[in-house]
Design a protein around this ligand. Structure first.
Ligand code: HDD
Length: 725
């Protein structure tokens, strides 16, 4: 009987549930060994007498310890630190039908299960969540035609152009080999040495130095497929495509001083944020978009579409939004799912295909190879998180940790003994046929001249940023290069930056106490021993577009305060109305209120009611929240004024340009903070829209605070000097 669409849908969600099929109700279970033998005593090893030696015979002890000894598997060579979640993907309509036959991209009635893993690149598996780094953004679509993996990043370009340089790039950014320092950081000699000799890295380096490298939340990052791929329609016609993820909460970042402190205060900051949002039902959402280019237009751009260090400005080819991904379920078991998930850009479905981007081509080898050592053998596709919902039938057999018990007498093709099954599928039956791109060339180790423009898109990026974003980028360069202790490397990097923007180079040079040498010709050191170096030297193409507003986070979605974290600073005697009214107003908008007090447990408010304290000042810090509110209260404000950490909360939140609201006499806390000095003690005429001094009795007070939180940050403060914090 033919299955209907709704049968299929049910089937899919059933299969998605089955990914955690071993989850049984843990109630009424008896503890057993791995052979199913019930264990009578899990607390004592078998000994010769109560005080005697342990016996080798103790198979229960040995099984348990042996399993424990092998609990760790090799971590990912890059992207080791990651957090994942389950969800669904759905297209809005069939508008891509003329471009692709990939059913999950054109059938709005389909809900495709997904598993998404976000990651940092450089740090080890136990490293902190918010170093300055690129973030991985990998999505596995469990489609009915097989798994499709979009293994991208939160930046639209990559550091290098050819996969053969990937081990060099990664060796350069990872901790240095002699002392394994520094962890999860690019601010060290080897990374910048490699950059300084490889000008193609400049575009991604600019993104890495920008605020994009320190996202506020994994839920507030864009995602990019980076490479140009192909969409293939029913007639076999191809179009070039770039893939985009756009977060519905907007794209937001923290500031660098904050990021460094967060790593100490809560190394799991991003992981916790993702987990808590999903547990709380505030499911993260991204819209999926495509930039489509006709094959005939391949050479109409002032860069090469196959070059992964380039983006297509959205002002030239708009992003067409076609669907939405919602992450709605946390993994049941981190190891089984987030750690064992195996992505691969080569996991394709009919309707999507590759291009000759030389970085992508190399990736197509690397990902299966890495799973062999990481997951122990060729059967990693049988691990529940990696299993497709589409059935698997082939003649592959055996191997380490084979789960499938294959039946039948044949494991070869062609066969007659199994009536020829499994048989190949025609294209009309969903069989995958590679796009027949015409190839007519010499075999060479070389790079196309069209890849040699290393600077014009970094310039475009810099020109597109807002002033605060540009300033942060200057500071990031000064910080990173400040940690480089070989002067020649610093000087070479300043030379590269001067090719991007002279003013930027001057600011960085000033910060480092260097001169910008004029003219400083950057040299590309990536060419073969017998090649003519001149063929590989940078060229600068003048970009028609001077700036691309889509590249600046200043133009992102704002105003939504859902899941934003607000610290309420309170102490014994806090005004009950001041506390409750603001809490209700913020929670009605989906924000999360954290009550912070001098001690844990409970405090009594002005009405004598118990208020639960979420954290004491000892276990919490301003860097973990988006905004601060101080409710009124005679006794409570007296106490907070004598709590140095409460004053520090105000100063630090102000430094990080966050919204702060104080009700009534809570202004006293601001008066003794450094913020008052910054404002020349003029608290009556505050012009900062992010510092609200008011009264909860005024209805506009909470409304304005909500608006201020929705603005994310008030970077104008940075112009007027710094608050020490
Ligand atoms: Fe890669 C993992 C993204 C280039 C080799 N890569 C990995 C992950 C992401 C990316 C998100 C983590 C997936 C997960 O969560 O498990 N990689 C990229 C992007 C690239 C890129 C966006 C360029 C556009 N990668 C790249 C190259 C090579 C690799 C050129 C090798 C030639 N990447 C790997 C790997 C990893 C990996 C070693 C480590 C763990 C894994 O694959 O499963 O094979």
């Amino acid at each position: 009987m033919k299955s209907t669409k709704s049968d299929k849908k049910q089937n899919n969600s059933q299969k998605l549930e089955d990914l955690s099929s071993n989850m049984e109700d843990s109630q009424n279970q008896k503890m057993t060994t791995n052979q199913g033998l019930r264990i009578n005593d899990d607390n004592h090893s078998l000994k010769a007498g109560e005080r005697g030696a342990t016996l080798l015979e103790d198979f229960i002890l040995r099984e348990k310890i042996t399993h424990f000894d092998h609990e760790r598997i090799p971590e990912r060579i890059v992207h080791a630190r990651g957090s994942g979640a389950h969800g669904v993907f759905k297209v809005y309509d069939d508008s891509l039908k003329k471009y692709t036959k990939a059913a999950f991209l054109i059938d709005p009635s389909r809900e495709t299960p997904v598993f998404t893993r976000f990651s940092t690149v450089a740090g080890f598996r136990g490293s902190a969540d918010i170093p300055r780094d690129v973030r991985g953004f990998a999505v596995k679509f469990y489609t009915e035609e097989g798994n499709y993996d979009l293994v991208g990043n939160n930046m639209p370009v990559f550091f290098i152009q050819d996969a053969i340089k990937f081990p060099d790039l990664v060796h350069a950014v990872k901790p240095e080999p002699h002392n394994e320092i520094p962890q999860a950081a690019s601010a060290h000699n080897t990374f910048w040495d490699f950059v300084s000799l490889s000008p193609e890295t400049m575009h991604n380096v600019m993104w890495l130095m920008s605020d994009r490298a320190i996202p506020r939340s994994l839920r507030m990052m864009e995602g990019f497929g980076i490479h140009t791929f192909r969409l293939i329609n029913d007639e076999g016609k191809a179009h070039f495509v770039k893939f985009h993820w756009k977060p519905l909460l907007g794209t937001h970042s923290v500031v660098w001083d904050e990021a460094q402190k967060v790593n100490g205060q809560d190394p799991d900051f991003h992981r916790r944020d993702l987990h808590e949002a999903i547990e709380g039902g505030a499911y993260p959402e991204w819209e999926f978009g495509v930039q489509i280019v006709a094959e005939e237009d391949e050479h109409k751009f002032d860069f090469d579409l196959l070059d992964p260090t380039k983006l297509i400005p959205e002002e030239i080819v708009p992003v067409q939004i076609i669907g939405k991904m919602t992450l709605n379920r946390n993994p049941d078991n981190f190891f089984a799912e987030t750690e064992q998930v195996a992505f691969h850009p080569g996991h394709l479905v009919p309707g999507i295909d590759f291009t000759n981007d030389p970085l992508l081509q190399g990736r197509l080898f690397s990902y299966t190879d890495t799973q062999l050592s990481r997951l122990g053998g060729p059967n990693f596709h049988e691990i529940p998180i990696n299993r497709p919902i589409a059935p698997i039938h082939n003649n592959q057999r055996d191997g380490i940790a084979r789960m499938e018990i294959n039946k039948g007498k044949t494991a070869y093709h062609p066969n007659s003994m199994s009536q020829g099954y499994p048989e190949q599928a025609k294209v009309s039956e969903g069989g995958f046929a590679s796009y027949q791109e015409r190839v007519d060339a010499n075999k060479v180790r070389a790079r196309s001249k069209s890849f040699m423009d290393f600077f014009s898109q970094p310039t475009l990026f810099y020109n597109s940023l807002s002033e605060p974003e540009q300033n942060h980028l200057v500071e990031a360069f000064c910080f990173e290069l400040g940690k480089v202790d070989i002067p020649e490397i610093r000087q070479r990097v300043v030379g590269l930056i001067s090719q991007v923007d002279k003013g930027l180079a001057q600011k960085v040079a000033d910060g480092l106490g260097l001169q910008v040498k004029q003219p400083e010709q950057p040299i590309n050191h990536q060419f073969g021993a017998d090649a003519n170096p001149d063929d590989y030297q940078p060229i600068k193409v003048t970009q028609k577009l001077k700036s691309s507003p889509a590249l600046s986070m200043a133009n992102t979605i704002k105003g939504n305060i859902k899941t934003r974290q607000i610290a309420f600073l309170v102490a014994e005697g806090v005004d009950s109305k001041s506390l409750a009214d603001m809490k209700n107003a913020l929670e009605a908008e989906g924000a999360v209120v954290r009550v912070i007090a001098p001690h844990s447990g409970f405090i009594k408010d002005s009405a004598g009611k118990d208020v639960k304290v979420d954290h004491s000042f000892l276990t919490f810090a301003s860097v973990l929240v988006d905004a601060i509110y101080v409710p009124a209260g005679d006794k409570s404000i007296d106490k907070l004024k004598n709590t140095p950490k409460a004053v520090h909360f105000i100063d630090e939140a102000f430094l990080h340009c966050k919204a702060i609201a104080v009700d009534g006499n809570a202004i006293e806390l601001v008066k003794i903070s450094y913020v008052a000095n910054y404002l020349n003690k003029n608290l009556d005429k505050v012009k900062d829209a992010g510092l609200l001094i008011g009264s909860i009795a005024d209805q506009n007070f909470s409304k304005n605070f909500i608006k201020a939180i929705g603005n994310h940050r008030f970077f104008e403060r940075e112009k007027q000097g710094k608050i020490p914090a």
